[in-house]
Design a protein around this ligand. Structure first.
Ligand SMILES: [Zn+2]
Length: 470
């Protein structure tokens, strides 16, 4: 039946439907525009990417670079120089003070009697053995908590933690996390019971790996500091078998590591000024320091050279950012995180508006996606609007709520509302190389690296364009 009321209703519905279809059409048009931009980004990265060549320089001409070392300073100066070659508005160094730990001459370890060598590396931050080394019997356990039952028998012995890696976990970072706390708090726990040294089975995803994996450890005030070393997975198996054959097997350990005091060093920062909201900042980057073995290629040469190249890619395409994009190469992620602390403190004091962060510190393997530190609603929005641009065409499909990277996590304490993205490449091989002499340039695949650069550049573009809609 025709009534004026029905006409009004009908008109309202028509207007609503028209608005909806305009909005769907506009969204579709934007999505199409974004899709075209992502195609261009991937094309630029695969054809003209510079991350791989820059990584070659960093790893082969500079090499590993623990914070406080002369090589770390060289990496800082060189990073600044390559940033200055790009059209950033500002490139500068930010002061950071770090404690410098030096490994000294190569460690030695063997089974006393057979002289069978054991592959070991001092854990970062460890004190040295006596200059002529030490010899002691060994107590083997899987867990630190198992030590209690040995009570007084631990006195004068080497505590050997032999907990194998859980190979069934695909998310290798989780397997790493299950064992890593025993690396950091073990020496103090063992020393409390009178142990003379600490041997820790390397955090490696392979049982056939004879490379020891270093990593940070620590001590507790008031408890003796004892030398702490990582032992390779195969040497751990060798030692365990020797102990099964003879419980009184003795081991010789020698290392000369020491703290060398406080050193003044830097974060390296470059800014590309936003055209619409220059005061709103998107921070992107990774740590420039590495452990003092191998070449720090996957950890974290790929993260630094990759994020730099992501910005270069957008620059090469003539892109003009809405917000200021700030690239940060953090110093000292590996043994103190002082670079990220300094960055956060300065940004907090200046009351900066950091609206988003992207970190790359999980290797340069084929990209799989991003973990996102944001509310569930925001993550759902990203899954709905951004994921379809990546997943089928570029094989990048992980957009899940999760933790930020270590550096973003540290400075992010001052910025609880910043949306943070943590780049996630394929995790399978990362912990075969992590913190070892095997983490070299040759372990990085150019195509995988540049595919990661394209994924990061695409995300950076979408964040810059659409963060205000989140
Ligand atoms: Zn790292």
């Amino acid at each position: 039946m025709f009534t004026p009321q029905n006409t009004t209703k009908r008109m309202k519905r028509t207007i609503l439907l028209t608005l909806l279809s305009i909005s769907t059409f506009t969204q579709g048009a934007f999505a199409q525009q974004d899709s075209i931009m992502l195609d261009k980004i991937y094309h630029e990265s695969f054809y003209n990417g510079q991350a791989y060549d820059n990584l070659h320089h960093l790893t082969k001409k500079i090499g590993h670079r623990i914070a406080g070392s002369p090589r770390a300073d060289k990496a800082v100066a060189w990073s600044k120089s390559i940033m200055e070659e790009l059209p950033f508005d500002r490139v500068y160094l930010q002061d950071v003070k770090v404690p410098y730990w030096d490994r000294g001459p190569q460690e030695k370890a063997y089974l006393v009697g057979s002289n069978e060598p054991l592959s070991v590396l001092a854990l970062g931050g460890s004190v040295s053995t006596p200059a002529k080394g030490l010899v002691a019997e060994v107590i083997e356990v899987e867990l630190l908590s198992d030590l209690k039952k040995y009570g007084d028998q631990v006195r004068g012995k080497i505590v050997f933690i032999n907990k194998p890696w859980d190979e069934s976990i695909v998310e290798t970072g989780v397997a790493y996390g299950l064992n890593s706390s025993q690396r950091s708090r073990g020496p103090a726990e063992a020393a409390k019971l009178g142990a003379v040294a600490y041997l820790f089975r390397s955090l490696s995803s392979s049982k056939t790996d004879d490379y020891p994996h270093t990593g940070g450890t620590g001590y507790v005030k008031g408890i003796d500091s004892i030398p702490a070393m990582a032992i390779s997975a195969t040497s751990a198996i060798k030692l365990s078998n020797a102990l099964k054959a003879n419980l009184h097997t003795k081991v010789y350990l020698e290392q000369h590591a020491a703290w060398k005091g406080i050193v003044h060093t830097h974060n390296v920062i470059a800014e590309w000024k936003g055209q619409q909201s220059p005061d709103k900042i998107i921070t992107i980057g990774g740590h420039i320091d590495s452990w003092d073995v191998g070449e720090g290629a996957h950890d974290n040469g790929t993260g630094t050279m990759g994020t730099l190249d992501a910005i270069r890619t957008l620059m090469a395409l003539g892109y003009q950012p809405k917000h200021t994009i700030r690239l940060v190469f953090y110093m000292n992620e590996e043994n103190g995180v002082h670079g990220a602390s300094a960055y956060g403190q300065i940004a907090k004091d200046k009351q900066e508006q950091i609206i988003a962060a992207i970190e790359s510190d999980a290797g340069g393997f084929a990209p799989r996606g991003f973990d996102i530190k944001a509310s569930a609603d925001r993550v759902a929005w990203i899954q709905q609007h951004w994921k379809p641009l990546f997943d089928q065409k570029f094989w990048v499909s992980r957009f899940l709520q999760g933790s930020p990277g270590v550096d973003s996590g540290v400075w992010g304490k001052h910025f609880p509302n910043t949306v943070m993205f943590n780049f996630r490449p394929d995790p399978h091989r990362y912990f075969d190389l992590h913190h070892t002499a095997k983490d070299v340039f040759e372990a990085v695949d150019k195509r995988e690296l540049q595919s990661g650069v394209a994924a990061i550049a695409s995300l950076l573009y979408l964040v810059d364009q659409q963060i205000d809609q989140l």
